[in-house]
Design a protein around this ligand. Structure first.
Ligand code: HMG
Length: 334
């Protein structure tokens, strides 16, 4: 209660939770399960399982599904079959299948399999840049600019990520000003959107507000996306803080999978099922079928042989067999 009161006071100039659904009628969900969700899994997931997962996510109505990464297979073995994944999926018209690339080599492989959108991912801190990309932040930005320049020339959409936007597992707290600067750099390279990644999930609504106040001095809300790992269970409250600033693109991962092999202590992303249930409750439209998302989450969790990280997926029993029942439950309309 105190948090909501304080947050309303702090964000007087932004839509409050009471009129959030009126001002934020649609939220775009950018699904990262097949990439961020799987990259940290030690059990190798065969290509056909990845492909089936992507098909299930598209069937549930997701329109942005980050499907692979073209990083060095020596660094992330789980993603080594990206080309096969991209060449096997049946692409649904209107669905976007972006891929992550660290350099021109990755970009060129992405293009060979007709990726129409690539994501570049500088780090917000020196320590994480060295561990994740084997170079400084500055050198990372230089390499990512090469990718962005080529992509812009080719008419390929470029999305930017900044990782460790709140805290770094090696350097500690990260300054919002540093993140604003990298966001500005990514936008000037031609990124249509920058996703702010709390890679190790240490953010709170308070630190997210401080971050956004700074980043929104260089970017418009519609140029930003929120990417929260849920390590400390703050994902949904952080999201609410972000929605209050008018940001309406959110990254999430089916079944709450996720993590980065080079970010010590990183755990799964905000679960797509939990996010959708939360948005139903606010009356925000997502055009997604939660029942099908739950099925997709169960499919991949069963394959991995581990319980889902999504609380909604765990809680939904067979009593809620269809979409309407679940919407009613989320909206407390029963
Ligand atoms: C950047 C590098 C490549 C530098 O790695 P390096 O070892 O310094 O690079 P290199 O140029 O010396 O190359 C080493 C070998 O990799 C090959 N190589 C080089 N590039 C590629 C490529 N694209 N595709 C395929 N092969 C490649 C290259 O050809 C060479 O092969 P060799 O000659 O030894 O046989 C490496 O550090 C890397 O791949 N890092 C990526 C790590 C990663 O994927 N991390 C997870 C994603 S980031 C994340 O999860 C955060 C995010 C985005 O989700 C946001 C959030 O959660 O907050």
């Amino acid at each position: 209660m105190n948090f909501i009161t304080n947050s309303l006071k702090l964000s007087r100039n932004f839509p409050s939770i009471r009129n959030l659904s009126a001002s934020t009628s649609q939220v775009r969900i950018y699904e990262v399960g097949p990439r961020d969700g799987l990259q940290n899994e030690s059990k190798l997931v065969p290509t056909d399982v990845k492909v089936e997962l992507i098909h299930k996510l598209a069937e549930a109505g997701l329109k942005d599904i980050e499907s692979a990464s073209f990083v060095s297979p020596k660094w992330v073995k789980q993603m080594a079959d990206g080309k096969d994944v991209m060449n096997t999926i049946k692409r649904v018209p209107g669905v976007n299948y972006p891929v992550l690339v660290p350099n021109l080599k990755g970009y060129s492989i992405a293009r060979q399999c007709n990726a129409e959108e690539v994501a570049i991912f500088p780090a917000g801190s020196e320590g994480f840049s060295q561990k994740n990309l084997n170079c400084s932040v500055e050198e990372g930005l230089r390499r990512f600019k090469e990718v962005a320049d080529q992509a812009v020339k080719d008419g390929v959409r470029v999305r930017g990520y900044v990782s460790c936007v709140v805290g770094c597992p090696y350097d500690g707290p990260v300054s919002p000003k540093a993140i604003a600067k990298i966001t500005e750099d990514l936008l000037s390279m031609g990124c249509y959107e920058v996703s702010l990644g709390d890679t190790i999930g240490v953010g709170t609504a308070g630190s997210v507000q401080r971050l956004l106040r700074e980043v929104l001095t260089v970017a418009k809300p519609e140029q930003l996306a929120l990417h929260f790992h849920d390590t400390y269970g703050q994902g949904l409250s952080n999201l609410l803080a972000g929605l209050e600033f008018g940001i309406t693109t959110v990254d999430s991962s089916i079944s709450g999978l996720g993590g980065c092999p080079y970010a010590r202590g990183a755990s799964g992303n905000l679960a797509t099922e939990d996010l959708v249930y939360f948005l139903y409750g606010l009356g925000v439209n997502t055009d997604l079928d939660l029942v099908k998302l739950v099925e997709a989450g169960r499919y991949i969790s069963n394959f991995l042989g581990k319980p889902t990280e999504s609380k909604v997926n765990r809680a939904l029993s067979d009593r809620f067999k269809n979409h309407k029942d679940v919407v009613q439950m989320a909206s407390c309309a029963v």
